[in-house]
Ligand binder design. Structure first.
Ligand code: NAD
Length: 498
């Protein structure tokens, strides 16, 4: 069906609703203020979005608290919450085309990826937590005959979620799935650069049977709506995904307010290491290129530092350069396009600035490096590969968040590990080798939340996602995500002797 859709006609007819969603209803911001949202694909104005501020956040938190205290959701049996969340996930899939189009128009990713990845991953995440929640048992501690100690999980209460624009729906779902399944109420603040799908998700959830007030969405800017949510005295836990710079602020906000639990999922500069005993250099090169250029390079786990053994580096660079040349940015609404637009003019300037920094530092730009499709009115950068990079250069040290690959050469395993670990980030890493002991040895030595061996992109909701070091402290996905949205309670009962 979607193969024959005229996405341009649909986009022209779309009139997205940018009002906030509080207490089960669409509402204007308390001040009446809005901001204009433009599409990065061609600069078109998509509409006016409510400019949420402290009063709107306060209304949303009050609504979330009332819903939580009323027990309409939190006191439901897990199997009942499961059924609602399953209906929510099914409704997301039923709205697949609308949600994919909104995502593409909002942040510039190719429509094919929004359809094939973002919508189904969102639904899968919701379904997985729905299915999990009536299969988790609590604990009885081994205290001996004189006591019965129950260790139970309770929902933490009101969960604040602040998410970025690179995978707007998936990042929202990673917060929503465990939080809602566990019985919490949620106030979600989407990025000002991608507010629309979060707002639609809230409407869809209500229609699927989620009680009003359980899931609220307040769009707005970080220093306004985001700060108000993170400082709010009645938010119990805060799940943040975004830059390390903003993550630092989250800890500060918590310290200045109610010490809410803060879980940060932050940036990365992941190392992709190709050892001399790699089984297939072609597959390594193809995986590095597809993983880095996917989503225009705007992925927290993009393998943006590619470390290649010196004996293979020339051949590897030739292969990734060839793949980059064949992946020109195109119209995101064209189903053949695999590389879309960067999210906005700021991100475009950042990417071009790093490319300039790479030239100035003396790295060799093998392919790409230019802005293209300027006439479209959108923000497009060619897939770019720098060779001859060293770890001290800014393009190797800092997160670019654009389609820019840095290739670094090394000569020994110890050197590769040292370079990979010489970063303030520790989100992911990848090792390419056919030597089993080396694979395990290096996986243990690499300081990263996920280490891939002979692959990069395969991933699943069943495993935790998060980073070491300044890539964050929380873990999204898997059953471990319940730790962030639940409190452990001990109930100790004395048993008297007969
Ligand atoms: P960002 O930090 O600029 O913004 C993220 C969110 O925080 C947005 O909703 C924004 O409005 C809000 N915000 C910004 N300033 C704020 C402030 N002063 N107070 C409160 N809220 C504020 O990040 P971004 O540019 O939207 O996203 C890109 C970053 O996200 C990258 O660093 C990327 O690596 C990271 N990311 C991490 C993961 C992960 O799971 N580790 C996943 C996706 C993206």
């Amino acid at each position: 069906m979607s193969a024959t859709i005229d996405w341009h006609a649909r986009a022209a007819a779309l009139q997205p609703d940018g009002r906030a969603f509080i207490g089960g209803q669409r509402v204007a911001s308390a001040s009446g203020e809005t901001f204009d949202k433009h599409s990065p694909i061609d600069g078109r104005r998509l509409g006016a979005v409510a400019r949420g501020q402290a009063a709107d956040i306060d209304a949303a938190v009050r609504s979330a608290r009332q819903a939580f205290d009323s027990g309409t959701w939190a006191a439901q049996p897990p199997a009942a919450r499961k059924r609602v969340l399953q209906r929510f996930a099914e409704a997301v899939l039923a709205a697949r085309e609308e949600l994919a189009l909104l995502e593409t128009l909002d942040m510039g990713k190719p429509i094919r990826d929004a359809l094939a990845v973002d919508v189904p991953s969102t639904a899968r995440c919701l379904t997985w937590y729905a299915e999990a929640v009536d299969k988790i048992y609590d604990e009885i501690a081994p205290t001996g005959p004189r006591a019965l100690a129950l260790v139970t999980r309770e929902p933490v209460g009101v969960v604040g979620a602040i998410v970025p624009w690179n995978y707007p729906m998936i990042m929202a779902a990673w917060k929503l799935g465990p939080a809602l399944a566990a019985g919490n109420s949620v106030v979600l603040k989407p990025s000002e650069k991608s507010p629309y799908t979060a707002l639609r998700l809230a409407e869809i959830a209500l229609q699927a049977g989620l009680p009003p007030g359980v899931f609220n969405v307040v769009p707005g800017f970080g220093p306004e709506a985001g700060e108000a949510l993170a400082l709010h005295m009645d938010v119990d836990a805060l799940g943040f995904t975004g830059s390390t710079r903003t993550g630092r602020r989250m800890l500060d906000y918590a310290g200045r307010s109610n010490l809410k639990r803060v879980y940060n999922e932050l940036g990365g500069k992941s190392a992709f290491i190709v050892m001399p005993d790699v089984g297939s250099l072609e597959r390594a090169a193809a995986t590095a290129a597809s993983s880095l250029f996917y989503n225009q390079g705007e992925s927290c786990n993009a393998p943006s530092r590619v470390l290649v053994h010196e004996s293979l580096a020339d051949a590897f660079v030739a292969q990734v350069a060839d793949l980059a040349r064949r992946q020109a940015p195109g119209d995101p609404l064209d189903k053949a396009t695999t590389l879309g637009a960067l999210v906005d003019a700021t991100q475009l300037r950042t990417a071009l600035g790093y490319i300039e920094a790479g030239h100035e530092a003396g790295a060799r730009c093998v392919v790409g490096g230019r802005q293209v499709r300027v006439e479209s009115g959108g923000y497009y950068v060619e897939p770019t590969v720098f060779d001859g990079v060293n770890n001290g250069m800014r393009i190797a040290a800092e997160e670019i968040f654009g389609p820019v690959m840095s290739v670094l050469r090394f000569s020994t395993e110890a050197e590769a590990i040292a370079i990979a670990n010489a970063s303030p980030y520790g989100l992911q890493a990848s090792v390419w080798t056919d030597n089993l002991s080396r694979a395990h040895r290096m996986a243990r030595a690499l300081r990263a939340g996920t280490v891939h061996v002979n692959q990069y992109d395969e991933d699943d909701i069943t495993v935790p996602f998060g980073g070491f070091k300044q890539s964050g402290n929380g873990r999204d996905k898997s059953l471990h995500a319940f730790d962030k949205v639940t409190e452990l309670k001990t109930t100790w009962l004395r048993i008297d002797p007969a």
